[in-house]
Write a protein that binds this ligand. Structure first.
Ligand code: GLU
Length: 428
């Protein structure tokens, strides 16, 4: 039967399953099932028409045993304290599985950023920092971009924090623009990381990626660079992407059976991932309904949009040909759909392993900020590749040894590292 868990209940359920298997003590469970700190606040913003509007903001710090809390800030109309809690929890596991010295956090604002002017956006992100600045910092909590936020917004946030602190502090925020304290390779990092993990999964399954077809959900930053990387690095073909059309206020799939040109589609896409569908159709692309991506006869599915997209209902549409699901998004698969996928024998690269390339390069960005010395792009991407390849094989080894699915194995690797850090600090 379909369950309607919210994202945080889903994150807790995933954790509980593995906690049982690991026989974790009750106090340790209590520590890890809930975030350590949560901030909920109102942000007043002067709008362009002179009125003041109040926005609801959040920051959740799930666990900082391994290092400062780390994670993005989402701007989304459907944000809630529970989506932010879930995403903060997944960040703890993500940083641990990537083996970077950071904890988990996430922030959000209930807003559709497409309805704001650039000036309103700037005042909103500066307002977010004005409320939160005493509770974040390079050694406390380091925000970054996520759905609905951009590198320019990160630049404004870093500037506001630096002004309030009275000293230039680039390491307080990552995902900043290149030239404004950002790292080369950060823009591509999450999508390319998805591709590195697909490459390793294909090698494990004896699949030749250049002979594989993929279907992608979404066309934001993660989806764009997953599509580009899948073709340019692995020689594979992406047959479709889906996207949310801002004008029509609905989602579509854009397909080309002989393979999309993601760089072309990127050139006709706005900063919110909304594709100019008329231009795409002129270029021979076919417009299909929002769910079409999930029904494609492909080898690899890459959900790279929002949480809960592969659920008890939609899981039935997945073709028998699918061998790999590479979760570019955070939490795209609900626990009941996950069970069906395991039964079908599909190899899942779980979200916090698959998409940990973004935070890994965020970590490199903060390291470069600390050194005040910047690496070439090739160096950043090759260090990312090494980290992700190691993370993939740590999880695969656990999965084979314990005979558990990749998601449970990723949890086992991550939880063991966080629990060890808590023990070493004398917390438990
Ligand atoms: N928002 C991204 C994520 O969910 C990146 C977080 C970061 O770079 O701190 O992984």
């Amino acid at each position: 039967m379909a369950t309607s868990l919210n994202a945080f209940e889903m994150a807790q359920q995933q954790f509980d399953q593995v906690a049982d298997r690991l026989k974790l003590d009750q106090p340790v469970r209590e520590f890890l099932r809930w975030p350590l700190r949560e901030y909920q606040f109102r942000i007043p913003v002067r709008m362009d028409d002179g009125t003041v509007r109040m926005f609801q903001g959040y920051r959740v710090q799930h666990n900082d045993a391994i290092g400062p809390n780390k994670g993005g800030v989402r701007f989304h109309p459907a944000e809630t304290i529970d989506t932010v809690r879930a995403l903060a929890t997944w960040m703890t596991w993500k940083c641990a599985v990537a083996d970077i010295p950071l904890g988990g956090g996430k922030g959000g604002v209930i807003v559709d950023p497409a309805t704001l002017s650039p000036g309103e956006k700037e005042r909103l992100v500066r307002g977010w920092i004005q409320v939160m600045w005493k509770n974040i910092g390079p050694r406390q909590d380091v925000p970054a971009p996520d759905v609905g936020t951009t590198s320019q917004m990160m630049g404004w946030m870093m500037d506001e924090y630096s002004k309030l602190r009275g000293e230039y502090t680039p390491g307080v925020i990552t995902g900043k623009p290149v030239g404004g304290g950002g790292s080369l390779g950060r823009t591509e990092a999450t999508g390319y990381g998805v591709v590195y993990t697909i490459r390793e999964a294909c090698a494990h399954l004896n699949l030749d990626p250049s002979q594989c077809k993929a279907a992608i959900q979404g066309f934001g930053n993660v989806a764009q660079y997953s599509a580009i990387g899948f073709k340019e690095m692995l020689g594979g073909s992406v047959v479709c992407v889906s996207y949310f059309d801002l004008k029509d206020k609905q989602a579509y799939t854009i397909s080309k059976e002989d393979g999309i040109d993601a760089r072309f589609l990127q050139s006709i896409t706005d900063q919110y991932g909304s594709i100019d569908k008329a231009k795409a159709q002129e270029a021979g692309y076919v417009l299909e309904d929002a769910e079409a991506w999930l029904k494609k006869d492909v080898d690899i599915l890459i959900p790279a949009a929002l949480e809960g997209q592969i659920n008890a209902e939609s899981v039935k549409w997945i073709s028998d040909r699918v061998k790999i699901i590479a979760e570019g998004a955070n939490g795209p698969t609900t626990p009941d759909a996950d069970r069906d996928i395991q039964e079908k024998g599909v190899f899942v690269i779980p979200d916090f392993l698959c998409n940990c390339g973004g935070v890994t390069v965020s970590y490199f960005e903060a390291v470069q900020n600390d050194m005040n010395f910047y690496w070439p792009k090739e160096e950043v991407l090759s260090k990312e590749d090494q980290k992700l390849t190691k993370a993939f094989h740590d999880v695969l080894e656990m999965s084979l040894k314990q005979e558990v699915p990749m998601r449970d194995a990723a949890y086992m690797v991550a939880i063991a590292r966080v629990v060890k850090a808590m023990q070493l600090r004398g917390w438990i």
